[in-house]
Design a protein around this ligand. Structure first.
Ligand code: SF4
Length: 62
């Protein structure tokens, strides 16, 4: 599983990092960024929770 953040949509609410800190971080401006190329299987559930929690649907699984 891979995840991407649409930078044009993200407004930096930070839910992604809260739900899956192993997969997402916030950059120096407070916008979400993806830390890993491939989400390790043990973190997929957290990554999906983050995807569903993002209020702007800025996160996509690819
Ligand atoms: S939860 Fe969504 S809007 Fe908030 S920082 Fe993460 S990707 Fe951006």
């Amino acid at each position: 599983m891979k995840v991407v953040i649409d930078a044009a949509v993200c407004d930096g609410k930070g839910y992604c990092k809260r739900f899956a800190p192993e997969v997402f971080a916030l950059d120096e401006w407070g916008y979400g960024e993806v830390l890993v190329d491939e989400v390790p299987p043990e973190y997929e559930a957290n990554a999906r929770a983050a995807l569903e929690a993002c209020p702007l649907q800025a996160i996509k699984a690819v």
